[in-house]
Design a protein around this ligand. Structure first.
Ligand code: SF4
Length: 373
């Protein structure tokens, strides 16, 4: 039986750089650059061998993948189909920013097999979008969302951010309500974090940023409001309706294999983790851009399993842990029973998972739990 495989394609171009962004992305100069990048992606994909695998998720991430001309999307998908065995029910997601795609674009990529969109909204308040340096208004987002629906996309995810400068619980609630009114199938929420080497980092003293308490209140507001609207939280910051979870992102949390193509793309394949550098010139010249390559030790694998499984609301299954690592989870992690008594965790059958109270301090709890040798 073939093993499941995901494919991630990094498209590092954006209309302009947002003030908080430290993803690998460059301001778009023209479609020729993007086409050349897509051609190099195809060359590298064709040179890959994974005959024991079946691809069941494909994810165009970025950057802004919706800046890819439709001809390049088609060429990349054809190359993947010609190189790998692809499941006929594969989830194929493309990240999209408002004001970069219209009805005809969506119709074209839907016909090519893209069956899920992930849209970057962040806020329904134009003042907050401007502060973030986003290249769109809320009205642009609504037009884009309606165009996607009209083109047949019935699985759409939207990103929402909290902790934005000047944001209050009231304006966050306005954004949540606006989002719930259009009812996307999936919502990802993110707390703004200030990363080095970004304009926000340099301006941080003058930005009106939410402190930890306010971020926690905002996180709880998102969880509460979305659960009232029938969204089920399945991961610390991800919510889905009708079971339409992100199958691709779930593979990261479940430690299933994936191959990443493009600058700064990460892979987990044949027990090795490896990643590519951000050097786009070297990438376009066809050079090997592998940055890091390593195989996890048993302890590292266990630690990774604990961290990733506890991001999921399903939690850590002590039976699975024992099967995978031939060790008793409660001997390794005696804190879990204490956390249940303190309300940070809950136990459901053989699974331990964080409660909302636990998610708020999960970094501290995990660092305590992972302090084993
Ligand atoms: S659109 Fe996304 S990837 Fe592009 S600059 Fe903004 S945050 Fe970064």
């Amino acid at each position: 039986m073939k093993k499941s495989l995901g494919i991630y394609l990094h498209i590092p171009f954006c209309i302009k750089k947002c003030g908080y962004c430290d993803f690998c992305s460059f301001p778009q100069k023209g479609t020729e650059d993007i086409k050349a990048y897509a051609n190099e992606l195809c060359r590298r994909i064709s040179a890959t061998h994974a005959s024991e695998h079946i691809v069941d998720t494909i994810y165009f991430g970025g950057g802004t993948p919706s800046l890819l001309p439709t001809g390049s999307v088609s060429k990349i998908l054809d190359t993947i189909t010609n190189t790998f065995c692809v499941d006929k029910n594969a989830e194929i997601t493309l990240e999209c920013n408002p004001a970069t795609a219209d009805h005809s674009y969506f119709k074209n990529i839907r016909e090519m097999g893209v069956n899920r969109l992930s849209m970057g909204l962040q806020s329904a308040i134009d003042h907050e979008l401007a502060l973030l340096g986003r290249a769109h208004s809320f009205a642009d987002f609504l037009t884009c969302f309606d165009s996607a629906r009209a083109a047949g996309f019935d699985n759409v995810s939207v990103d929402l951010m909290y902790g934005i400068p000047d944001q209050t619980l009231k304006t966050l609630e306005t954004s949540l309500n606006a989002l719930c009114r259009i009812s996307p199938e999936h919502i990802s929420t993110y707390g703004l974090s200030i990363e080095e080497n970004t304009p926000f980092y340099r301006q941080r003293a003058s930005l009106d940023l939410a402190d930890d308490d306010m971020q926690a209140q905002m996180y709880l507001l998102c969880s509460q409001r979305l659960s009232e609207q029938d969204y089920q939280k399945y991961e610390i910051s991800n919510f889905a309706k009708n079971g339409l979870v992100s199958r691709h992102n779930t593979r990261y949390w479940k430690r299933l294999e994936y191959l990443g193509f493009g600058v700064s793309a990460h892979s987990f394949f044949n027990t090795e983790r490896f990643s590519s550098s951000r050097d786009i010139e070297a990438f376009l010249e066809g050079k090997d851009i592998t940055d890091e390559r390593y195989t996890l030790t048993d302890d590292e694998s266990r630690q990774e399993y604990i961290m990733l499984s506890l991001r999921l609301c399903q939690g850590l299954d002590i039976n699975e842990y024992e099967k995978l690592f031939c060790r008793n989870a409660l001997d390794d992690l005696p804190q879990m029973n204490e956390y249940v008594n303190q309300g940070f965790m809950q136990k459901n059958g053989s699974c331990f998972s964080f409660t909302d109270k636990g998610f708020l301090v999960s970094n501290a709890l995990l660092s305590d739990m992972l302090d084993f040798s």
